[in-house]
Design a protein around this ligand. Structure first.
Ligand code: ATP
Ligand code: MG
Length: 251
């Protein structure tokens, strides 16, 4: 589904990613772990088109997307969340989801044909889908609350719901449980597993090894921009190189 071949991203003298080879097979949850500054967010940025590789190739469903802009990549079926939540704080939870559906609709939500019957039918469909997402992420109570006023855990789940609103095939999650407690983290893990059950492919950056074990089919470990190792969550957790570079001796 997603393939990275010898991907390098250089910022001046710094190689944030150095010859990264990686695949995310269809209908799998793939984890990406590594210390701060390892290049994890840079990797998601270049897959989602926000940034581009200095060299190497990114393929999605066989198509080279290495230098496509974000809106094209979104339309092909890749969505993402941000490490620092990026919601429209002044808009309600529901409005954030309606905007997130942009890549999905045929006419735009705020399009000029706002009063045509086709538009109205589509808007109803989009609204139904947004309400369905709110329900799924336990956010029904928050539908008409401004996103910026929601508790942190709700904002994190809304960020994920927004990514799903466009109806993606591949979802890139950048530390989706950051700041959550153990119970919220476990519940979010269940949501991630459910995405796979629904046929989606997930690439998740995460520091919490319990969440990795709960959700991931396989894990890549990134260290100073290079893939240190790759395997099942269990194999990675017991790999001496990973323990030394990342997990620490007490893990
Ligand atoms: N736009 C940029 N210009 C210059 N350097 C950058 C840029 N973006 C990232 N870097 C550098 O690239 C390296 C990798 O950063 P990145 O944000 O990808 O790390 P990360 O693994 O996501 O870390 P964290 O766990 O802290 O989120 C860091 O050294 C960072 O300072
Ligand atoms: Mg990061």
């Amino acid at each position: 589904m997603l393939e990275l071949e010898n991907v390098t991203r250089q910022f001046g003298g710094l190689r944030a990613l150095n010859n990264v080879n990686m695949t995310a097979p269809a209908n799998r949850v793939v984890g990406l772990i590594g210390p701060n500054g390892a290049g994890k967010t840079t990797l998601i940025n270049i897959i989602s088109g926000l940034d581009h590789p200095t060299s190497g190739t990114i393929r999605f469903e066989g198509r080279d997307i290495s230098h496509q802009p974000p809106h094209v990549i979104s339309r092909l079926g890749i969505a993402r969340t941000y490490q620092n939540i990026r919601l429209f704080g002044e808009m309600t939870a529901l409005e954030n989801l309606l905007i997130g559906q942009h890549a999905r609709g045929h006419s735009t939500v705020f399009g000029a044909l706002a009063f045509s019957p086709g538009y109205r039918a589509e808007e109803r469909r989009l609204r139904d889908h947004a309400h369905h997402l709110l329900e799924r992420f336990n956010l029904t109570h928050a539908a008409n609350t401004r996103a910026g006023n929601l508790p942190y855990g709700d904002q994190r789940r809304l960020e994920m719901a927004r990514a799903l609103a466009s109806g993606p095939k591949l979802v890139l999650l950048d530390e989706p449980t950051a700041g959550m407690n153990a119970i919220e983290t476990h519940e979010l893990g269940e949501q991630i597993v459910r995405l796979r059950d629904d046929g989606l492919t997930v690439l998740v950056i995460e520091h919490d090894m319990n969440l990795i074990a709960q959700t991931c089919d396989e894990v890549y470990v990134l260290n100073f921009g290079e893939i240190l190792t790759h395997g099942t969550p269990d194999a990675v957790k017991h790999n001496p190189l990973v323990i030394e570079s990342y997990l620490g001796k007490d893990e």
